[in-house]
Design a protein around this ligand. Sequence first.
Ligand code: UT7
Length: 324
Amino acid sequence: MEDLRIVQTASWVPNQIVENDDLSKIMDTSDEWIQSRTGIKRRHISTGENTADLAFKTGQLLLEKSGWQARDLDLILVATMSPDAYTPSTAAIVQGRLQAENAIAFDISAACSGFVYGLTIASRMMSSGMVKRAMVIGSEVLSKLIDWQDRTTAVLFGDGAGGVLLEQTLVETPTLLGTHLKTFGEFSDELSAGNTTPGCDFPKQLTGLTPFKMNGREVYRFATHEVPKSILATSSQSGLTLDQIDVFLLHQANARIIKQVAKRLDQPLEKFPINIAEYGNTSAASEPILLDECIEKGMIKRGDILALSGFGGGLTTGTIILRY
Ligand code: UT7
């Protein structure tokens, strides 16, 4: 039988590290508040690299590590809420720089659920026969959307990218086991960044984009209720019990949210790796960075059943269960 295989993972983060104590020098916050409320110790912040630069580095690494050639790719998806521009897509920039001339490329805008949305779209394009080899990347330079005066959002986010190479190939047992996406547009105002203003008073001067605005408590409540539902819906679709899932890779927005989801699902916290201390919330990049780290450290092995679950702006949720 043919099914989807994760061939390779890779990730890339900027070198510059900003510690909690660095932030407490420029705003009214503290390492103690940030760590106890979120689990974040530091984050990597761009020194000028844009979202496509991080995605391109990740793409290069994916090709180097796998031995694939750029021309082998049929599809490049970049999940991002911080694209370089409205147009061209960040994925198109990456396609051009990799010289992946046979790949179609476009961005996925589903904020922190974007990587799971991207995997789902790629998997459907692959099972339909349209695409055989795909690169799916989550890449964010969120620091360009941060208001460094606003302590309620500035301490939370970081920059980074991670991705996978996927192939539709012969497998012995099914690998794509279930996927569940949901969008809650009625809550679209709860988390926003980069809002634009139409030019009603011609000739209006172009203005900058708005920074992050988030109703943290509401998004927290949303995540702790909707993520367990999304995981349960996907596991029942796949015919698996939660106990049969080896690793839950949740979007890294807040260590407390992850702990609460583990509790609600009655699953041991050891099955929920957490790396938010090092990177903060990197939105669409958080799950592929975590996946890559877990594979590099040997915490995820071939044959393991993984549940990747994201939540965030839209508001959106998305879960995919697959065999690595
Ligand atoms: O990836 C997208 C999805 N995003 C999320 O999932 C984020 C979900 N939300 C959260 O993770 C949490 O709501 C936050 C980490 C954003 C906030 O934690 P909280 O425990 O909900 O804190 P809070 O908003 O209830 O604020 C508690 C207090 C407030 O002061 P008062 O009103 O009690 O006097 C805030 O003004 O903490 C204050 N505060 C801060 N203090 C020091 C807010 N931000 C800070 C800060 N440093 N950075």
